[in-house]
Every structure is written in structure tokens, then in C-alpha cells.
Design a binder for this molecule. Structure first.
Ligand code: G1P
Length: 317
């Protein structure tokens, strides 16, 4: 176990979450036709699928039990984390130990469990499928298309904070006014003095899913990392369809908030890769390819020349 075990933290009230749930049943219409037969979670960012970055993030945070909420046509997501004895034997026979380690490594990241969300009726509905797997212990929810920079993690702080508060811990980014209608938006106040040692923490006083620009209480948007107490399941059962006619996780969390569950957020200022839309996906590929020690130098050299050419004579002037 890492230094993030509950015993290493001051003021620990409860256990640190040890399980993560990844809702991944969506249809990914933004990437059609690429996602007609390939789950969007398996689209590659350089040479690893998006989902692998997310499971690696969980694993680095001390979570090695991951439940994938899947849907029809998405079983290849599970295969990615399975052993591949035939492929491994071929790589071993060729002496390609680097690729062998890469192939084996994916099956050693975490214990992967799956369950099916029969119909995609919303994020809250997806999370409700995790109840029998996680029981009443706290757990993390990681959305399947966003992840943070490896050297600037967010999840460990969130897990530690939730173990102290026993409540809900969210992650926020600041978004421009014209983007508030794409996110859950929070109203916040300063956190309690006994949390003064936690960087960038705020106490949440209200939550609303995808508000219109003039209804948004702030510019703090909920991003795809949540640490939740087991009481969320019962709250989801009491949650009626909301924004988009779907059972929203935001609404279930807002219900617990009004009933006294402490809700905190950490404002994240690090690099976040959002591969849920084509532009963000392309940006993630370029950023992560540039950082690679093997591909990076040649790729950056090509990229600079390419951009200079795009700028044309005006850029050169
Ligand atoms: C979901 C949540 C929303 C959150 C967003 C983060 O929305 O419902 O509250 O801000 O993820 O990406 P979706 O992107 O699934 O519409």
C-alpha cells in the first residue's frame, strides 16, 4: 500500500475508498462512425486506449478493484485487461520483452469486474448498478473519457479528503460562462478551518446539473472524478429524471447535500485530458505524444514544421 493509506492521514474518520466504478455504457455518438463497433473508451491516445489511462490513474491512487459498467457491444473493453497467452508467448519467443511487459502490464493493473447497464438512462442510473459490488463502503467514480496528468494527480487527495469527511468529494475546474450548460455546476463557500491543510478545497452549498448560463450559481464545473459514500445508492433510488430526462448523479448528490451530507470539492488547476469530444481527443493525443521520450522529439520537430507551414507567409511575417 502507498503513503495514501488512511493511517497516514490526520483526522481520519472512516475507511479510504478502495474500489472504483467506471461508467462506460454510453453510445459515443460524437465519434461515429469510429465508435460503431469500437467502444470510445478504447480509442487510442498514442498507443494506449483512453480507458487504460483511467485504470492506471486508479491503480496509482491505491485502488485496484475496478468495476466497469458496460453496455452492448462493449465487451472488448474487458478483453483489454485480460491475459493474452498466445500473444505473450509470441512476443517472448521473439525476445520482444518491452512489448511483452506492455501487454502483461494491462492485466496486472487492477482486478476488473463488469456489469451491464441494460439501458443508458443517465449517470446516476449507471452508478446505481454498482450497489451490490461496493455495498455501503465509500467508492470512487471515474468517468471513462477524462484523466489527469500523471505527475499532477487529483484522485489521491480526493480519497484522503473523503476518508476525513465521510461525505461526498468532487473535483472542479473553472469553465467559461458559455460552457456552464455542459456540466454539473456548484455553489461553494470556504471550507471548514480544520481542512485548512487541504489545497484548493471548498465546501459545496448547492449543485445543479447543466444550468442555463443565467441560472448558473458559479463557474465551478464538476469534472469526472467523484468519491461517494454508500448512501448515494439510496439517494439515486429517490431521484427523479432530471436534465435530459435522465437520472442524474448530480441530483442524487444534491439530495444528500440538502439532507446534511458534507460535500466538498477540490479545484483542480493541473492538466486534464478530456477525450469525450473530437477536439479534446486530438489535443490529448498531441500533448501526450509530445511528452513521450521515444516518439516526442521527432513528433515535436514535425509538429513545429507543420504549424509553421499552416501559418504560411502571414505567420512568417
Ligand atoms: C456528466 C455529469 C456532469 C459533469 C460531467 C463531467 O455529464 O452529469 O455533472 O459535469 O459529466 O464531464 P455528461 O458529460 O455525461 O453529459
Amino acid at each position: 500500500m502507498s503513503e495514501h493509506t488512511p493511517k497516514a492521514q490526520a483526522n481520519v474518520r472512516g475507511p479510504r475508498a478502495t474500489k472504483a466504478v467506471i461508467p462506460a455504457a454510453g453510445l459515443a455518438t460524437r465519434f461515429l462512425p469510429a465508435t460503431k463497433a469500437v467502444p470510445k473508451e478504447l480509442l487510442p491516445v498514442v498507443d494506449r486506449p483512453v480507458l487504460q489511462y483511467i485504470v492506471e490513474e486508479a491503480s496509482r491512487s491505491g485502488i485496484n478493484d475496478v468495476l466497469l459498467i458496460t453496455g452492448r457491444g462493449k465487451t472488448s473493453m474487458v478483453d483489454h485487461f485480460d491475459r493474452q497467452p498466445y500473444l505473450e508467448a509470441r512476443l517472448e519467443a521473439k525476445g520482444d520483452m518491452e512489448r511483452l511487459a506492455a501487454v502483461r502490464g494491462t492485466s496486472e493493473l487492477a482486478e476488473i469486474y463488469t456489469c451491464r447497464q441494460g439501458e443508458p438512462l443517465g449517470l446516476g442510473h449507471a452508478v446505481s448498478y454498482a450497489e451490490s459490488h461496493v455495498g455501503d463502503a465509500p467508492f470512487a467514480v471515474l468517468l471513462g473519457d477524462e484523466f489527469t496528468a500523471e505527475d499532477d494527480p487529483l484522485l489521491p487527495q480526493m480519497l484522503d479528503l473523503q476518508a476525513r469527511t465521510g461525505g461526498i468529494v468532487l473535483a472542479f475546474i473553472e469553465v467559461p460562462d458559455d460552457e456552464v450548460n455542459r456540466y454539473g455546476i456548484a455553489s461553494v463557500e470556504s471550507a471548514e478551518p480544520d481542512l485548512a491543510d487541504v489545497d484548493n478545497v471548498v465546501r459545496v452549498t448547492g449543485l445543479v446539473e447543466k444550468p442555463a448560463r443565467d441560472q448558473a450559481p458559479s463557474n465551478l464545473a464538476v469534472v469526472g472524478r467523484y468519491v461517494l459514500p454508500g448512501t448515494i445508492f439510496e439517494a439515486i433510488k429517490r431521484t427523479k429524471p432530471g436534465s435530459g430526462g435522465e437520472i442524474q448523479l448530480t441530483d442524487a448528490m444534491a439530495l444528500l447535500l440538502t439532507e446534511g451530507t458534507p460535500v466538498h470539492g477540490i479545484v483542480y488547476r493541473g492538466v486534464r485530458y478530456d477525450t469525450g469530444m473530437p477536439l479534446g481527443y486530438l489535443q490529448a493525443v498531441v500533448q501526450l505524444a509530445s511528452q513521450r521520450t521515444d516518439l516526442g522529439p521527432a513528433f515535436k520537430e514535425w509538429l513545429k514544421a507543420f504549424v509553421a507551414e499552416l501559418d504560411g507567409p502571414a505567420g512568417a511575417a
